[in-house]
Design a protein around this ligand. Structure first.
Ligand code: 6PG
Length: 247
């Protein structure tokens, strides 16, 4: 039986409480990283779950608690769409907080979803290496989880451990008949702190299967998330936790 690092599980009564805690964790990790090594390297999650937390970061009291001049923003994954598309994770984060916290544009590094996926993945890997060295180490990696147990753009059927010597890959996702761009488990599991935020009753079966069921990342790719040296935190709301054993 693989000894699995399930990390710390934090259950919040409501999505609003989860969003506030997620925003607070961002502020806390940013302050600690900047104090420790003068910069905060963060990989943002896409989708809808983190959006409320991002909005909170753009407002007081949290906004002025972050020294945005020392924050460097990256993305865990991106859809293969232009940056102004409503499908773009970059656009979602920009609209939610990046445009309004005063972060320098050259501190925000989007994946170029408008380019050829394989070239965009190659270029982003190069960017990560230039920014953080051969094995990039983020201070915080924010992830979500789909109802099928995917995370970032590591989906069932795309062999999450494939190309695991790469930093970024461009899997073809049958479910959406499109390519995606995503960081790999190599990067995810080198993170100092990885937070998986998931909410809502539709996620309850996957959350149970991922945490309590058999280890099979081909079926539930998020099971590959096991930081080698860093912290893993699950931020879930009561609805998503509905099928978890009440320990
Ligand atoms: C994306 C995300 C993806 C997301 C999950 C959960 O590009 O959509 O990176 O991994 O985190 O699909 O999405 P929701 O938060 O919208 O449920």
């Amino acid at each position: 039986m693989i000894e699995r690092n399930l990390g710390e599980l934090r259950i919040f009564e409501t999505p609003d409480e989860l969003a506030a805690a997620l925003a607070d964790a961002f502020v806390e990790d940013a302050g600690a990283a900047i104090e420790q090594h003068g910069a905060f390297f963060v990989a943002l999650a896409g989708g809808t779950t983190p959006r409320n937390a991002y909005h909170l970061l753009a407002q007081e009291p949290r906004r002025s608690k972050v020294d945005w001049n020392h924050v460097f923003v990256y993305f865990g994954d991106e859809r293969c769409v232009p940056p102004d598309s409503n499908e773009s994770n970059y656009k979602m984060a920009t609209d939610a907080f990046l445009r309004s916290v005063g972060i320098a544009p050259d501190h925000v590094h989007r994946m170029r979803g408008e380019d050829d996926p394989l070239l965009a993945a190659r270029d982003y890997a190069e960017l990560l290496i230039q920014s953080m060295g051969d094995l990039p180490q983020f201070d915080l990696i924010m992830l979500g989880m789909g109802p099928d147990g995917h995370t970032a753009s590591l989906f069932p059927g795309t062999d999450p451990l494939a190309d695991n010597d790469r930093l970024v890959r461009a899997p073809y996702v049958d479910k959406f008949s499109t390519y995606r761009i995503t960081i790999t488990p190599l990067v995810i599991n080198n993170g100092r702190h990885v937070i998986i935020a998931t909410e809502g009753l539709p996620k309850a079966p996957a959350l149970y299967a991922v945490r309590e069921g058999p280890y099979d990342p081909a079926v539930h790719p998020i099971q590959i998330v096991a930081p080698a040296h860093g912290r893993l935190s699950w931020f879930v709301d009561r609805a998503a936790a509905a099928e978890l054993p009440q320990r």
